[in-house]
Design a protein around this ligand. Sequence first.
Ligand code: GDP
Length: 461
Amino acid sequence: TSTEQPAAQPKVKSKNIDVPTVWAETTATRRPSAAFVVIGHVDHGKSTLMGRLLLDTGAVHQRDIDRHRKEAAEQGKASFALAWVMDTSADERDRGVTVDIAQHYFSTDTADFTILDAPGHRDFVPNMIGGASMADLGVLVVDANQLESGLKGQTREHVLLARAVGLERVVVAVNKMDGAVPSWDQHLFRSVSEEVCKLLTDTGFDRDNIKVVPCSGLNGENVATAPAADGPTAWVARSSQTLIAALDNFAASTTTPSELLKKPIRLQITDIFHASSQYPISISGRISAGTVQIGETIIIMPSSVSASIKAIDVADSPVEYAVAGQLVTLHLTADDVEQLERNVRIGDMLCYSSSPIEVVSDFTVTLLSYQPLLPGPVEVHIGRLQLPGRITSLLELIDADGGTVKKKPRIVKAGLRAKVKVTVDRALPGDVGNRVVIRADGETFGSGILSGLGERWVGAA
Ligand code: GDP
């Protein structure tokens, strides 16, 4: 016989909040917030800069860094102490699980931020597409002294991917300015900044949506605070904003259109984990439309398995409801927990049973091509969903306004716009308007908007 008490059940509040109204009423008092993805070539200082942001905003403590510094020094890598804060992600430590897209939180005087970090080691590109599609902005880190290596390497690819998933705003951190020769060389900054802006605008970013900031993640100059107003950094103190000021500005203009809140819930599942013994399954993702609240019952597509929402976290703090534009963790339960566990997968969509997302086996995408497109096998990415498929027909070439230029082309040359039919080998939960990225052979061939849903999927989900 067991003397164990039954586990205390978390208190479930009833579903009774008119979320869009409550959200609208509290708009004036709410702090701005934004999520950003960090991109850039390996070794350009991404992790160090993020460690610096977390340290200087008080999200991590100096004693944590010192502990890392000791470990790092023992391995002869003292300069990596700040970067290690990102590697041993709080997420992974606290939950004892590995997540593909780690989230770190920090707050400035005016706004709350989430860093989305897709670790480089495994499956980097799919994770980066997933991370970027959850982000409001991108932070592109460029080593001021190694621009060429970046342009030959991942800098260009990441910029293209960020644009391909529909990211519009970028802060460029021209990093390692302390290591320039001479240190904080203003001419170097100007030329790097011009080249990076050209890359971004050539890729389709609007110049007004790009902010460029010189900084040193390692020393912290011009990250959270302006550098010395005399000496080599005088020009920075005089003429540049800090990285945090640039982020704050973008956060202040990040809003959720109220129409979006009134739509039925859509949330693509980015990670699945066991947050605590209290809940059988927890999932995280960005709410792309609608709202959720504790006590609601939802279904997960394509399997249609149902679950109820026991608890909701935003930035690791419990909340009663959450809305479109927010990154959330939902703690789920179900009458048949095993069935739920068996059927929920990364890339699935969470919906109401009264307005489920359609599940199809083919679709039309209106895209811009980056490489010549022909019918044949491709990899389809919609956020975190990644499916094998094939381009089955090139329907038409179109102009920027969508007007037909040519029907049934034999090929879509790089740089042209087209409507293309794609068939997938697995069930695809999709909505018209979703961003689609088409890749093949490790390269991005095109990206655009899902513009038409095809045949309903009939096989097993
Ligand atoms: P990541 O691969 O882009 O995440 O780069 P890391 O943050 O791991 O940094 C790579 C190397 O560059 C490490 O040795 C860092 O100490 C060094 N580093 C990073 N930021 C700076 C900086 O602002 N100035 C200097 N001089 N070195 C830096």
